[in-house]
Design a protein around this ligand. Sequence first.
Ligand code: G4F
Length: 387
Amino acid sequence: MRKGTVWIYFVSLSFSSLVEIAWQVFSGSTDVALLTCRQDYIYSAVFVFQADKQEDGGMMKTALITGVTGQDGSYLAELLLDKGYKVYGMVRRASTETFSRISHIKDKIELRQADLLDELSLIKLLEDVQPDEIYNLAAMSFVPTSWDQPILTSEFTGTGVVRILEAMRRVCPKAKLYQASSSEMFGKVREVPQNEDTPFYPRSPYGVSKAFGHYITVNYRESYQLFAVSGILFNHESPRRGMEFVTRKVTNGAAAIKLGLTDELRMGNLDARRDWGFAGDYVEAMWLMLQQDTPDDFVIATGVDHSVRDLVVAAFEHVDLDWEKHVKIDPAFIRPAEVDLLLGDASKAERVLGWTPKTDFKGLVQMMVDADLVRLEALKSGRAMIG
Ligand code: G4F
């Protein structure tokens, strides 16, 4: 449904005025819904529909983001607001929900409660919001936790996708849906680098659940002709990354040691290799996927891999510390099954979407260490801390 304002005018019109209005309607400069006639004049109730417009004169689009409080959700909400979207964020009614990442834009977006575990809540949400674009970013996203809570992970990260697709099919089949798929689906990789045709071999309940979410998105696209796409994003990080993920753990650790707040950083497997990019760059690719004429899936990556050890070296070097004096290996952080190497080939995204990453590995690590230094310095000196 189009969004906008309906203006109602009661006027008497001559025949020539009526012709003028009719011309405007057919030329698309306005929408007039109803005219009624009486005697030799035409007494008209004119319903004029004025569609919401963006600053550039285009139609204002409505987007719904699930997982809006997360790293990607917050960057995507900023991007869509900049582009003139009306942005709705779906939040769960959970006592652990944190709003710190969107506190700076909370007045500009509308938060609505619904839950990927509750189909009816999703149907009601889509009926209320009538989105043009849906970005399904919500998931249980920390890989180690998926071994502790495999069933809950499969409900949120896997079955949750079919719930939102089913709600979209019933309520707004003309909307466009972005599904956040993950390079974790490649797991024990079948080829290097990985592209859209590389077979999956997930190595965790999280990866298995994401593979289900990916395939059900493709299946609904092919079965019901929905505009539903899957973005296979490789690891993407930022100063808003959760502390449990390896990049943030390392940048926060290096900053804390530099400031004398601690002396040690306990780590797991330093040999694992990842293709790390900046989350702010990657949300642009999500948006571009929904601006295409035909739905398709894309790998989003930098095409450069580094080891966890490289990450540690880069972070500690940035604050002039010798990492070997501070980093200890702790078996508690070794996973039951490891993904040794992820390296993406995003050439299709470059060719079709015109997307390339803007931030390299060194720039990303330095940005994150610097942000942690600022935050921890404020904490150390007793000033208020957010994030
Ligand atoms: O930062 P991580 O926890 O990310 P992981 O497992 O690659 O998953 C992330 O990226 C995926 C995209 O490929 C997303 F789908 C997913 O939601 C998440 O965002 O771990 C990266 C690597 C692993 O090999 C891990 O074993 O770092 C290794 N590592 C070594 N020591 C550690 C640690 N990881 C964590 N979290 N903590 C450590 O102490």
